[in-house]
Design a binder for this molecule. Structure first.
Ligand code: GLU
Length: 300
């Protein structure tokens, strides 16, 4: 085992595993296993309104029937608020985090548009206007120019202040933001390599910025294309992507391998899961994954 490689799959339990999330699972698993590394699973059940009861167990069972074995114990974000609190506290001590009283409407009215929509105009950076109370906590992004080289997508660079804006770390509904939680968890779990969908490519500079402020190492990043339907919508619960058939996962695994540019030699009638993984781990070539952010699939 190559203990210097540690990857992970970090599903949000908003529904069963579907073709779109299986792509990230398989790509991260194959990168880890083909390098003799470890592969951890973390359930990102941070956001109570989005969590679906039973979905986490369902995802884990499906990974098992797909023949994907994880290393170590499963981590659950819902049990880690103390760690997120401590990180927020450290960022406050650095003078980088400030309370914000602005409503969504106020921001939309005054903001210019960035990569992901309205860029927060910095209204509360120098203190709350009198009579206003804090709703959320934001991080000051002034001066943050962050670039990194993604192993598939190439160079990505953002001037965070104008491309994204001061982003929220602790939400008005008292939930820690994904951007903070993921950075704290990846650091604590010693993740060296992050393989995930390219829908998160634009989040990565925010995460690297937080890593730098908190003194955490920056992992290597690999963003694989996300699967979209014919209407160019990401496969997700919202677009009613079908759950992976846990009784018969082989066709879905073969389709994922094709999606990732690998060329599995067997057809579903003549192979079994263990043989497929042996082949896939031995033959995995990250350079065969297409360099694009999204690709159409018929697996919906
Ligand atoms: N939980 C996120 C998702 O399911 C993935 C987060 C990550 O891989 O960093 O989209």
């Amino acid at each position: 085992m190559n203990s210097s490689y540690r990857g992970r799959f970090a599903p949000s339990p908003t529904g069963p595993l579907h073709f779109g999330s299986l792509i990230a699972a398989v790509a991260s698993y194959l990168e880890a296993k083909s390098r003799g590394g470890e592969w951890l699973v973390r359930i990102e059940d941070l956001d109570p309104p989005r969590v679906v009861a039973g979905a986490a167990d369902d995802i884990l069972r499906t990974l098992e029937t797909c023949g994907m074995q994880w290393d170590g114990a499963i981590a659950y974000q819902s049990r880690r608020s103390d760690a997120y609190h401590a990180a927020l506290h450290r960022l406050r001590a650095l003078g980088k985090v400030y309370p914000c009283a602005c409503s969504r409407r106020e921001i939309a009215d005054s903001a210019v548009s960035g990569i992901e929509g309205p860029v927060y105009p910095g209204t509360c950076r120098d203190g709350l206007a009198s009579g206003k109370t804090a709703r959320a906590w934001r991080i000051d992004t002034r001066g943050a120019d962050i670039g990194f080289d993604d192993a598939i997508q190439g160079r990505v660079a953002q001037h965070l202040e104008t491309d994204i804006g001061d982003f929220v770390l602790y939400r008005a509904d008292h939930v820690f933001a994904y951007q903070l939680a993921v950075v704290v968890d990846d650091a604590e779990q010693g993740i060296t390599d992050i393989v995930r969908g390219a829908d998160l490519l634009d989040s990565t500079p925010r995460q690297i910025y937080l890593q730098q402020l908190l003194g955490f190492p920056t992992p290597r990043y690999v963003h694989v294309p996300v699967a979209v339907n014919a209407a160019c919508e990401k496969l997700s619960k919202q677009t009613r992507a079908a759950a992976i058939d846990a009784q018969r996962p082989l066709p879905a695994l073969l389709a994922v391998l094709h999606f990732l540019g690998q060329n599995p030699p067997h057809d579903p009638g003549t192979t079994n899961i263990a043989a497929l993984w042996d082949w896939a781990i031995a033959s995995w070539r990250i350079e065969h994954v297409l360099r694009c952010r999204a690709m159409e699939t018929r697996e919906a």
